[in-house]
Design a protein around this ligand. Structure first.
Ligand code: NAP
Length: 252
């Protein structure tokens, strides 16, 4: 890319979510932005967004700040998953070091409605402690990371859905379903019925891509164990949607 044709604005998207990909797609339509999406590299064959991509950690706050300064980044959007708390704090730290503005794209969490039977846990470990009281055939949708906290539950049967296979230690009575969202209501209903699920465990991820499981659980009268979100840096400016991020970028 020659210097005179290079867009003046370079947006770094900290990605790994549906919204991050949607944002990259939106920005790809506008020639005034250079866009780089960064992925942690957790998924073996990620769906790559348009624009440039880089994969792997930066090496902490200093590494991220160095990358931002070294690549002429003018705007950073933290579009990581609500449970990727370390990366969100690193993004905030890098803003303090570089002065390059940061916006956090934070999708709203889920809230229970009439007919929902939800129990909240503060962490995966808390969820594992409560789980045996709620059911014995579990649909576990918290991802393959952190499965070790359920490994001691030898009487509980788990259906684990994840993009890549989980690594040991895992619970002994386990079936793995490899799948990548979004998931529709019909398939969620069918899964709950076929596996005789009697409790659903989920992170409070928010968003539409994986929410049909909550509807299916309500319809079937199945309790849901919801892991609350971790704390994220509060002083960071936030947007609730891809459209709001686009507005923030256009203000400059
Ligand atoms: P995390 O605990 O917050 O981050 C751990 C380390 O992974 C970070 O310190 C950073 O390494 C690296 N990292 C995280 N996100 C990165 C990104 N977008 N680009 C480059 N490096 C990144 O994150 P996590 O919970 O393991 O999640 C990893 C990725 O998976 C995130 O991008 C997130 O959006 C996605 N994801 C997470 C979940 C979840 O439930 N946690 C669910 C769906 C998707 P360095 O310190 O070396 O920079």
């Amino acid at each position: 890319m020659s210097a005179e044709r290079a867009p003046a604005r370079h947006v770094l998207i900290l990605g790994g979510t549906t919204e991050a990909r949607r944002l990259a797609e939106e920005l790809a339509r506008e020639t005034s932005y250079r866009v780089t999406t960064s992925l942690a590299g957790r998924v073996s064959s990620p769906v790559l967004p348009p624009g440039e991509t880089r994969i792997g950690g930066f090496g902490g706050v200093a590494g991220l700040a160095g990358w931002i300064a070294g690549h002429g980044v003018t705007h950073v959007v933290d579009a990581t998953h609500p449970f990727a708390e370390r990366m969100s704090f690193h993004a905030s730290g890098a803003e303090a070091l570089t002065g390059v503005p940061l916006l956090a794209l934070r999708r709203p969490g889920w809230t229970p409605g009439p007919g929902d039977d939800w129990t909240f846990a503060d962490s995966l470990a808390d969820a594992a402690a409560v789980l045996p009281r709620l059911g014995a055939r579990v649909f576990l949708t918290t991802g393959r990371m952190g499965l070790h906290v359920f490994a001691h539950l030898t009487d509980t049967w788990f259906l684990v859905r994840s993009v890549d296979p989980p690594a040991a230690p895992v619970p002994p009575r386990l079936e793995v379903l490899l799948a990548r969202g979004p998931f529709g209501l019909a398939e969620e209903r069918e899964l709950l019925a076929r596996h005789r699920i009697d409790v659903l465990v989920t992170k409070d991820s928010g968003g539409d891509a994986t929410s049909p499981k909550l509807t299916a659980a309500r319809e079937a009268g199945i309790p849901v164990l919801v892991v609350r979100r971790p704390a994220v840096p509060e002083h960071v400016e936030q947007a609730g949607s891809v459209e709001a991020v686009m507005d923030w970028l256009r203000q400059d």
